[in-house]
Design a protein around this ligand. Sequence first.
Ligand SMILES: [Zn+2]
Length: 234
Amino acid sequence: MCDAKAPGAGKRLTTESGVIYYPNTPEGHAAASADAAKTMGPGAGEGQQPPPPKENPNPPEGCEDYSDALWDKPCSKYFKYAHMKYKPVANPEANLTANQIACNWQKTCKNILDPLIDAGFKITISSGYRTPEFDRSLGAKNSIGDHPCGRATDIQILGQGDPAEKAKDLFKYIGKNMSGSFSQLIYEGRWVHVAHGGNSPASVAVLVARTGSAPYQQVGGKAGTSLPPDLKWA
Ligand SMILES: [Zn+2]
């Protein structure tokens, strides 16, 4: 995890323990976008992703009641609620309360991010939870995607060589070892998008281009049976 202070445009906040997050304001959105662009490059908003279906198949259960007093506290073995990067707010379009969104985030950390740390990956969360307002500022047409529900995260490996090559390692590891944990996995070039219990169809996809009507290619569902050679895990 890398929580280094990032200078530049917009407005950032820092928890007492040093985790950077953003206010849910235009200035906060600008800062989050600027920080993401630095490591993710073009397309960090993923505005071209197809909209997921409307139902909410996995209402979260079994979490502690979230309040902002827990923001800088651990929600899993290695992560805090603050790693969401925005404090959770209710998402009426997805029929989720702030509490349920925090619960989704906790499950994503426990089921996806913690196991990656245990496997030795030094991951950076480049985009975690997105408030509906922030997601729309990135071009989202609705608020039912996995990011504004706390179910998706974009992760990178930074400072260890070419991020695109490192993202391949991450993608292949998750695809091969964690098919019971992720609902969607996308190789995005410099980063990997991974969702847990998400609305988006259970799938594995590969980014083809940042523009155009079909920027993502489906590669054989969670088995990844038609992956390109450099991304094959089996
Ligand atoms: Zn994403």
